[in-house]
Write a protein that binds this ligand. Structure first.
Ligand code: ADP
Length: 476
């Protein structure tokens, strides 16, 4: 599995998110603790040392501080302070000359820094931390006590900050141990939880995987999460739909086999009966051969209808639409059917409410109308009529085919569009029906995104209404 595919794993994503949520706050808290401790420790040390230095600055003025005099008492006091703070204490006079140094190294030298200059000019204390050499330097003004309050010297104190660094190192070690412990804990929890949270999805894939053949399975139910419930519900309804499709496919195959076998069986019976009898007159031969020819025609018609149906079963992309004059197209169909109608004295009339030009597949649409008109003639009475009416609004056009025929019983109306369904099975042979005509018509109309509906009362004729969009929706 490559790394991109691995990243698509929900388990891994849950694991990563939990690790991040668990570990990031620990690291942030650790860093905050260390930073705050350091700031606090430096602040306290600075404040404490500055206060002591201020007190000492006042004291040395009282002891007669002057840049000229070499006051041993002051030296003594400064040494004591230096020892107490473990710090180096220097005093700089207004000429930036070091006049006291508890390390006695810089006496007489010039010492200038920004903090010392600020101390002289503005009389403010300052502190500066030298991280590299680990000490804090503080400057405190030595102020004249004669009333003017002018700065006559600056006390510079360097306190080592190693104790702070040492404590910080200890604290760092402790927070690292805490962070590592937390990381291990969060790792284990994330591992277990990601495994646990993902389990219902594993259950689903196992359940789906166990559906090997057929669609006759019990519905899957994994109600652990709303999401898994939704997935299993969708899967169950898909299986239901597939079962329906599978059932109708099985029925269709059974019907096809039956329908194709019937004419063959008749031909076999006819030929056997001729062969088994001797001295058969030529007229009987002729009669039987005509019957066999009829059965061949019937077989041929069934096969042709099946082929039309199979072609129709594709999607709307297979439509070859063009702008057609529907009135002319229907008139052509009626012309073809009229001779058959005339043999039963059936009158066919066309009523066009308006001229209709629509985008249709000429062949498939004609096939649909042809089947409907043929039915209106086939299932009609001698001397009856068939009326075809064309109308349209701005979106759809309508072709209505009504007849004065035998009509369709109420309980059959819902089934007549099913494949191989025939109302009167006993007469269908003499009428010449295959039971596929209306299925073909409906498939062709559906391909055009249209609809066909049938209305009828038994004995009072039937009305078939076809409604199709004027503008083709094929390919959209
Ligand atoms: P068939 O090839 O048998 O005509 P169809 O699918 O065209 O098959 O029609 C199915 C059944 O619907 C027919 O067998 C017939 O009983 C009924 N039917 C269809 N059209 C009409 C109609 N105009 N009047 C009465 N019955 C009809």
């Amino acid at each position: 599995m490559n790394s991109y595919r691995l990243l698509k794993s929900l388990k891994l994503r849950i694991f990563i998110v939990m690790m991040v949520i668990g570990i990031l706050p620990c690291l942030a808290v650790g860093a905050c603790v260390l930073l705050n401790y350091e700031r606090r420790a430096v602040f306290e040390k600075t404040v404490d040392t500055t206060n002591r230095c201020r007190a000492m600055a006042n004291h040395i003025v009282e002891l007669g501080y002057s840049s000229e005099s070499d006051n041993s008492e002051i030296s003594e006091e400064l040494n004591q302070l230096s020892e107490f703070l473990s710090a180096r204490v220097l005093v700089v006079d207004s000429d930036y000359r070091v006049i006291f140094d508890t390390y006695s190294m810089s006496v007489g030298k010039t010492l200038i820094s920004k903090e010392i200059v600020d101390c002289f000019t503005e009389g403010v204390s300052a502190s500066n931390r030298d991280r590299k050499n680990q000490f804090i330097e503080m400057t405190v003004p030595v102020t004249d006590n004669t009333g003017e309050g002018s700065v006559i010297g600056v006390m510079v104190t360097s306190v080592p900050a190693t104790s702070i660094s040492d404590s910080l190192a200890v604290l760092k070690r402790q927070t690292s141990i805490f962070e590592i412990t937390m990381a291990i804990f969060v790792f284990v929890i994330s591992l277990v939880l990601s495994q646990f949270l993902i389990r219902p999805f594993d259950k689903i894939s196992r359940a789906i995987g166990s559906v090997r053949e057929g669609f006759d399975m019990d519905p899957i139910s994994i109600p652990d999460y709303l999401e898994t419930e939704a997935i299993t519900n969708a899967f169950n309804s898909m299986m239901k739909r597939m079962k329906k499709v599978d059932d109708s496919r099985e029925t269709f195959v059974a019907n096809v086999s039956h329908e194709l076998k019937t004419p063959l069986a008749s031909m076999k019976v006819l030929s056997d009966s001729i062969l088994s009898s001797e001295d058969v007159p030529v007229e009987t031969y002729r009669e039987f051969m005509v019957d066999i020819g009829d059965e061949v025609d019937r077989e041929n018609k069934i096969i042709n209808d099946l082929l039309s149906l199979v072609k129709m079963d594709r999607n709307a992309d297979t439509l070859n639409t063009e702008l057609c004059n529907i009135n002319e197209l229907v008139e052509k169909i009626l012309k073809m059917v009229r001779p058959i109608a005339q043999s039963s004295n059936i009158e066919i009339t066309l009523e066009s409410a308006r001229e209709v030009n629509a985008e249709v597949d000429r062949t498939k649409f004609s096939l649909a109308i042809m089947n409907l008109v043929e039915n209106a003639v086939k299932y009609n009475k001698n001397g009856g009529w068939v009326k075809v009416r064309i109308d349209a609004d701005h979106q759809l056009f309508t072709v209505e085919i009504s007849d004065s025929g035998v009509g369709i019983p109420k309980d059959s109306l819902d089934h007549i569009f099913e494949r191989f369904y025939r109302v009167d099975k006993s007469h269908s042979r003499e009428i010449g029906g295959t039971g596929l005509g209306l299925s073909i018509a409906r498939s062709a109309i559906l391909l055009h995104r249209g609809a066909v509906k049938a209305e009828s009362r038994e004995g009072e004729g039937a009305v078939f209404t076809v409604r199709v969009p004027i503008k083709s929706a094929a390919g959209t």
